[in-house]
Design a protein. Sequence first.
Length: 434
Amino acid sequence: TYDEATCDSVGSTPTMSPSTSPTSNPSKGPSHGPSTSPTTLSPATQVTEAEVEGKIQFSNTTISEENMSLFVDEIKREIKRIACDDNFLKCEVSVGVNGQPVSRYLREHSRSMQESSSTQVDYAIALEEICVSVCSDSVALSNQATGSLHVAIDNGSFVESLKGSSTTLMTLLANAIATRSVVPDPGAPSNWYPDWRSSSKSICLNDGNEPTYMKIFGNYYENSLDACCKRYYAWDLIACTGDAGTIPSGFYPNWGTSETKCLNSIESPETLPYTLEIWLDVDIESCCEKNFNWVYNDCVYLSGGSLNIAATNKWYVNHQEEICQQDCLEEGGGSCGGLVDLGKTLFDTAAACCKEKLSWITSTTCESHSMLLPVVGTSLWYIDWSLQKCVKDCADSSDVNCGGLANQYDPKYSSSTECCDRIRYVGPRECTLE
């Protein structure tokens, strides 16, 4: 120690010799006042903000004007008690009634309050959280705040806690039931990701709890539940999307069974194919034509379609009857020969069908037989080799020279003389039937 007046040491032995060199780093003087700059967070520290809005519907209870303030204050206190974690930097709760501030609601609805047996309480929770390194996003922060609150409302403990806060609320809420709904945050991110941690289920989530590697690389996300399920769980689309998903409307082939039919994607979504966009068609007929054209009509019938729609009314050959018939239900009568599968060659007219498929039959004869019209023939002459005579191409029993209808391959002549010239070894009088 030193005597402040003389700077002599007191009660201690002086050094043998004073120091001859100054210290290399003399101490700085003390600061004379607090820092005037605000404290800043380190670069690794972040602040996450979120706001949650919700509604709680109280039924089987009537809240009077004089008790409304008590009722709302206790709800606000209870929400804050349950939702506000001690680790939150900020957790502010505001409450309204039926979409209005409490004071305005009391002013405008004092009379109707006496008649209403239900009350809707609107709440909003503003949140801030400081975190370091990997942080929760606003969705995860919202879920953290509201998870326990939702459970308490759903299991009835929220109402029970309110009833225990005062004898007045105990009476008012004796038979009350609380139900909830959450107002989605339009600014919340839509980062849907595949939850591969649930190995036995096909699930996409957007709860902000995706693995760190997904957050780092960022290429696992989709903007909607539908898009995420289609990308990662297309083979199990319905299980992934559940009731919240959108099932595209159309028809797809039922490859899973021996039945050659198409299924309605809305009515039978459980077997939707993996490559849905490729296999889905707008109607039964298109689906059957694309996937089961060899049994097209069976497919339309089994799929619940109308066979009348399946009919094309075009013409196809019936080799057994040696005629052409129309592709339509036999019940329709006329030239309808029944529906044919799409593998069958079809023609626009009976004449085209006869020419292509029954070329050995005279075209007019084939057409007449096919169209159920009287057959008159050409009235031209041809040689009936079985009779060794020239006869007319007709079926008129009143004409003695009619020899029946000629075949397509029979040469035809305009007169009996021209025809008889072809069989000169037969005398002119024996050449015809007269």
